[in-house]
Design a protein around this ligand. Structure first.
Ligand SMILES: [Zn+2]
Ligand SMILES: [Zn+2]
Length: 374
């Protein structure tokens, strides 16, 4: 086992709201409970663009982007028993402490243990990070920082996977897939026969559709402004599509379900749209806010739209318990019930990161995956 400082190329944002740039950074060895991962693939998620646009509620510059990655364990710090060098792992959003009241209540996605909270801002238990540039700490986004050749991550944020799985597909289980499928399966608890509307068919929305299909929803209405995304939505389980660039979403949905639907998923992050989605619900129906509205936004919900036990709720990482739910999703993938390859619209090298962010801005890609030479 080699120990010592490694030099890695990383996509970093050096000041709040700054543009991403590629830098050579120092990655310091893992400490107690930490793991050095050689990253093989990293998805590019809307939350990464939020950092670039200065909209992220958690990230602070200077930071290493990327929070949806997979790779190979290179070195483990003292006390790590869950993984060993050579293991292939997915890096997840949720790294539960196992001890706080939420963890003991089997809701690890709500964990507020001190190390978990620190990791959200990229800081380890000693108050430092393991990535340095010119002697200064860089903060790995969500404690993951996967747009780098190496990252040091808390062992709690890793899920070990079988060696035959394609890392450039299963990396998406780190954020987009668990957030989307979990919003339907775990947060909303969609039931067989339910009718759902999914507003926004990007990397996460397409997975809400897959989650609704896994849950047995029989009417899955996908809404987006991009015809190619609606086509992909059909492949992933949508039973109806609405091109909201040319037709009215409310008229369309209510013509299919005059009483409204059981669940609406807002996966865009527009406060007015989130509020309006309540008008699509049947009595007792629920809107789940999956998209991330800008910090400080007010969602203008009227009393009338909330009447008759309609509800509006949020989701954190699709209410996912990584060690329980990611292996289940992998079994669904192996059984052909969950599609991952179809979600990857393009694979680019780490050095082409700017192209990946441009695709995110224009909404032209379901998911771009950055790959690293293995
Ligand atoms: Zn994400
Ligand atoms: Zn906890």
């Amino acid at each position: 086992m080699t120990t010592g400082i490694r030099i890695a190329r990383a996509v970093v944002v050096l000041e709040d709201g700054g543009q991403p740039v590629l830098e050579e950074v120092e990655v310091w060895p893992p400490q107690r409970g930490e793991v050095l991962v050689r990253i093989v693939a990293s998805g590019v998620c809307a939350s990464d663009a939020h950092v670039v646009n200065g909209r992220s509620p958690v990230a602070k510059a200077p930071c290493v982007l990327g929070h949806e990655g997979a790779g190979v364990v290179e070195e483990v710090g003292p006390g790590v028993r869950s993984v060993s060098p050579g293991d292939r792992v997915i890096i997840t959003l949720v790294g539960p402490c196992g001890e706080c009241s939420y963890c003991v209540d089997a809701k690890p996605w709500l964990c507020n243990g001190p190390d978990t909270l620190r990791a959200m801002t990229g800081v380890m238990s000693d108050g430092r990070t393991r990535v340095r540039l010119d002697g200064k700490d860089l903060f790995p986004f969500m404690g993951a920082g996967t747009m780098a050749e190496f990252s040091v991550v808390r062992a709690a944020q890793l899920v070990k996977v079988d060696p035959d799985l394609p890392l450039d597909q299963v990396c998406l289980l780190g954020c987009g897939v668990v957030t989307g499928t979990g919003a339907a399966l775990k947060t909303a608890r969609v039931q067989p026969g339910d009718a759902v509307v999914v507003i926004g068919c990007g990397g996460v929305g397409l997975n809400v559709i897959q989650g609704a299909r896994l849950a047995g929803a029989t009417s899955i209405i996908a809404a987006d402004t991009k015809p190619d995304k609606l086509e992909l939505a059909r492949t992933l389980g949508a039973t109806h599509t609405v091109d909201v660039g040319s037709v009215d979403l409310f008229q369309q949905v209510l013509s299919i379900h005059p009483e409204g639907v059981d669940f609406a998923f807002e996966v865009v992050g527009i406060p007015q749209l989130a509020a309006d989605s309540l008008k699509l619900l049947r009595r007792g129906g629920t809107t789940v806010l999956v998209g991330s509205c800008p910090p400080g936004s007010v969602i203008p919900v009227t009393r009338e739209n909330l009447m008759m036990e309609r509800r509006i709720m949020t989701t954190v990482a699709g209410s996912t318990s990584p060690q329980l739910d990611i292996p289940k999703l992998i079994r669904a993938y192996r059984a052909g019930r969950l599609q991952l390859g179809e979600l990857v619209s393009s694979r680019l090298l780490l050095t082409d990161y700017a192209q990946a962010f441009a695709a995110l801005e224009t909404g032209s890609a379901a998911r771009t995956v950055l790959t690293f030479s293995e």
